[in-house]
Design a protein around this ligand. Structure first.
Ligand code: 1HE
Length: 263
């Protein structure tokens, strides 16, 4: 099934392709700069994914994934409004990172500032050859405010975040992959194709395993070792006790399931 759920005033487009939802930032004339309306639409989209959806793709229309924060929103913002602004972003990005389904991000062109903060809330990142990563907050006189201090630092370490913000160092797709900003690099124009392949593969996993991977693993990573091991043992017992796990394991033992293979 293919369906389009776009509204007239939408800054995002939602396409449903069978079990995969494709959510596309759709503001190419402004290089998909993120204003609060767009951020709110993202939150709503991820909160209300149809139950048939088992994986999502996050993408950006045009030649750039996202130019980050819509800087025109900052010119009149008070300190108190700035605080609220960040928390609205946190709400939306948490719905992406800790939602019901895994999210694959397909990127091209600029993935900068808040655009990189957004991408880092997805679970798998695919960049094409044209993608580049930057944190120009230092140059703009501002700071990360969409969770990047936490999420991007967890991906690449706070020392690299510090260097990127201080110097304005922009990394190309391959440099980004080398330090964990993305997992795959494709030829130009092919990030979406790769993201589709990965999302379909993810959608074929057991939903409970996917949920444990996206929602429990990050908690375990934050826990002291003894707590982490206990949490792991509990979630392992829960997943392996499910009928779907029994069926999948038996399928392998009865030679009905695919072997692990390279490529
Ligand atoms: C924007 C924005 C924006 C473009 N806010 N309007 N982000 C940045 O510092 C990145 C700023 N943007 C750029 O460096 C460039 O636009 C790009 C490298 C991304 C793309 O360049 P280009 O030549 O393709 O496009 P352009 O001509 O610069 O921009 C096209 C239009 O988009 C233009 O508007 P127009 O009315 O003149 O057509 C730009 O003004 C507009 N535009 N980027 C507002 N970001 C929660 S805290 C997060 C903190 C941050 O994200 S800081 C990083 C902000």
């Amino acid at each position: 099934m293919t369906a389009n759920m776009q509204h007239d005033d939408a800054l995002i487009r939602i396409d449903i392709e069978d079990e995969v939802a494709i959510i596309t930032l759709n503001r190419p004339d402004k290089r998909n700069a993120l204003n609060l309306t767009l951020v709110e639409q993202l939150r709503h989209a991820f909160e209300t994914l149809p139950t048939s959806v088992r994986a999502a793709i996050l993408a950006g229309e045009g030649t750039h994934f996202s130019a980050g924060l819509d800087l025109s929103e900052l010119s009149e913002t008070s300190t108190a409004e700035g605080l609220q602004h960040s928390f609205q972003w946190y709400e939306a990005f948490s719905r992406i990172q800790f939602g019901r389904v895994p999210v694959v991000c397909a990127m091209q062109g600029a993935v900068v500032g808040g655009g990189l903060e957004l991408a880092s809330s997805a679970h798998v990142r695919v960049a094409d050859d044209t993608a580049y990563f930057g944190l120009p907050e230092g140059q703009r006189g501002i700071f990360l405010g969409g969770g990047g201090s936490v999420r991007v630092s967890k991906l690449i370490g706070f020392s690299r975040v510090t260097e990127m913000m201080l110097t304005g160092h922009v990394l190309d797709a391959h440099e980004g992959k080398a330090i964990n900003l993305c997992h795959y690099v494709t030829p130009a124009g092919q990030a979406m194709e790769k993201a589709r392949e990965l999302a379909r593969r993810i959608a074929s996993n057991a939903p409970l395993s996917n949920y444990a991977i996206t929602n429990v693993l990050p908690h375990i990573a934050e826990q002291p070792m003894a707590n982490g091991l206990m949490t792991e043992a509990l979630i392992a017992a829960i997943t392996q006790g499910a009928p779907e796990a029994k069926e999948r394991v038996n399928a392998f033992l009865q030679k009905r399931a695919a072997k692990v293979s390279l490529g």
